[in-house]
Structure formats: C-alpha cells, structure tokens
Design a protein around this ligand. Sequence first.
Ligand SMILES: Nc1nc2c(ncn2[C@@H]2O[C@H](COP(=O)(O)OP(=O)(O)OP(=O)(O)O)[C@@H](O)[C@H]2O)c(=O)[nH]1
Ligand SMILES: [Mg+2]
Length: 350
Amino acid sequence: MGDTSVAHQISSPLASSLVGGSTLLGYIGIDTIIEQMRKKTMKTGFDFNIMVAGHSGLGKSTLINTLFKSQVSRRSTGWSRDEKIPKTVEIKSVSHVIEEGGVKMKLTVVDTPGFGDQINNDNCWEPISKYINEQYEKFLKEEVNIARKKRIPDTRVHCCLYFISPTGHSLRQLDIEFMRRLSHSVNIIPVIAKADTMTIEERQEFKQRVRKELEMSGIEFYPQKEFDEDMEDKSDNDKIREAMPFAVVGSDKEYQVNGKRVLGRKTAWGIVEVENPHHCEFAQLRDFLIRSHLQDLKEVTHNIQYETYRAKRLNENGALGTEERHFAQFCALLIYYVPTVVFRESIDNH
Ligand SMILES: Nc1nc2c(ncn2[C@@H]2O[C@H](COP(=O)(O)OP(=O)(O)OP(=O)(O)O)[C@@H](O)[C@H]2O)c(=O)[nH]1
Ligand SMILES: [Mg+2]
C-alpha cells in the first residue's frame, strides 16, 4: 500500500529512476550492504549477555563454566577455573571475549544466587528484576546523554535461562511466578536442569508437561509466538518451541572418550557427554542461542523489552532529568521530521 502511494506521488525523472532502481541505472550495488555490515561488525565486535536463574543447586554456575569451556570458546585461551564451584551468593557477571573468523563476541554470563532456600521466598525474583532494569536504565541514560558515546556498551540481558528442577512432576509455584513476572522484561528460555537424572521417557514426558503448564499459566517464553515475523519464521520457531525446554547437563570436567577430550560427568555406569546430542540437549541449546537466534535475541531485547522499559520511563514524570527529557523529546521530533522534510523537498525540487 505505502509503496504504491509513494510511487504515485513521485513524477520527476530522478524520482522515477529511483523507483525503477537497477532497471534504469544498471547495477547500483545495494547487495554490498551485507559485506559492509560484515566488515563493520568485524571491526566493532558485539556483546551478548546471558543470565541464569532458578532454584538453588540446579547447576546454574556449572552450566556457565560448561558454556565457556564448550566449543563456544575452545579457540580462545585464558580460561582455567578448575576449583570446585561455590554456592552463588550474589549476582555476578563473567565476561569472555571469543573470536572466530575475525569476529569478536564479548559473551557475558550473569550468574544469580539460587532461590528456594530461604524460609520466605516471596519476591525472590526482585533482585533479578532489579538487575535487569538497572541495565536498561544504564543504556537509556547513555542514549539520552547529550554527549553520548558512539557505541553504547550493551549490558542488557538478552536472555535468561530459567532452570527447572528435574522432578518429573509439575512446575513449582515459584517457577511459574518467576517466569510470569520476568517474561515481560526479558527473554525467558526455560531449561530442564540435570537431565542425566531422568530416563529418556521421563524426560520427554516432563518436557511435554512443562510446555502444557507454561501455556496454561499464560507464560510466553522465547521465541514468543507474537514476534514471529513471517510464515518461515513461524515454522522454524514452532519446531524449536516443540523441542523446548531443552534438557541440559553441565560440567566443566574433561574426560578422554574414544581418544577425544570431552566435557562430561563421570558416573559408575559411564560418562555422560555434555556435548553429545544423544546424551542431552546442551549442544542444541548452545546452537540455538549462538548459531541461530543470537541476533534475534538482541533485536527482541532492543525493540520490545527495552522499548517497553524506555517508553514507560520517558512517560514517567521526572524519570529523567529535565534536560535529558527535553533532549529525548527533541531527538524524537528530529528523527520524525528531518526525513519527512528532506523527502518532501526532494519531491518538490524534481
Ligand atoms: N547430576 C548433575 N549434577 C550437576 C549438574 N550440573 C551441576 N551439577 C552438580 O550440582 C551441584 C550444584 O551445582 P551449582 O552449579 O553450584 O548449582 P547452582 O544452581 O549454581 O547453585 P546455587 O549457586 O546455590 O544457586 C554441584 O555438585 C554440581 O556438580 C548436572 O547437569 N547433572
Ligand atoms: Mg551458583
């Protein structure tokens, strides 16, 4: 609709050659944008921030080590933490720059203390929710700063892996409460912890039950159905949603299996290999996070989650300093008017 009406308004030779595009002028080179973007990304690199949350003792900190020691970062050096993982008592972030094919990714994993140990577990999601919002606030402050940085450091949480206890029964009330509250401010990805404690049948049955309970509780986890962009997106994401929650096993210990060093858990009956897709779904989760949905996670965080926060904050009276608020409003007007005026003038001039 929009395209047709614009085409009708434009009648000058230059404008029509613009509409006709490559047919009149020959090769323009629009497709080189991909190469330009690739070069830029290689130069600047990018941030990707994952958070882990859930009940205490489910292997959250272990999974962070697994992620860093797995193939995601095997090429990089300098990661050696072989001591026993202590209980997490405060929110802590660990960053690691991973370089592959000339592209640098700063992977940050935010570890959070497990909940459920306290006598009163009410509001145990609050410190986590506060942390998530603080990162949005930091970004917002930078964005509306008059002398803002060319590239704002991105500490916003792009996804939160929520660990579900492998009980084989139902989700706990606390799980439902946490996911329901946080799913509006962060991309929640539920995972079943310690999958090595379940049989294959139990795992399948439990996964199905969890999906049903999440649906009945109205909890939208990532990738959210409402953000599927087209039919292809929908069909790809449907497959992923049907495979979720991924049942994972974590370990930062290496063992020799068939002449290869692998991450695994040694048991009396053999070694559970973390990255073996026949043993658990860790590799599937990692590929989903890094290989197929990394960019989308960043986009949904920026365009939906952060945008919701931003709109709310800018609407709040006195949320930002008066100067910052006026500047934000001025920028919004500028963004709207400048292209409109330039476009109108270019039509009028031709
Ligand atoms: N069987 C099994 N045990 C695991 C797995 N991952 C971690 N563990 C063990 O579970 C215990 C707790 O692991 P942590 O990684 O400290 O758990 P956490 O969720 O970070 O615990 P908090 O910091 O208290 O919230 C350790 O003894 C781990 O070795 C797993 O996939 N399977
Ligand atoms: Mg921990």
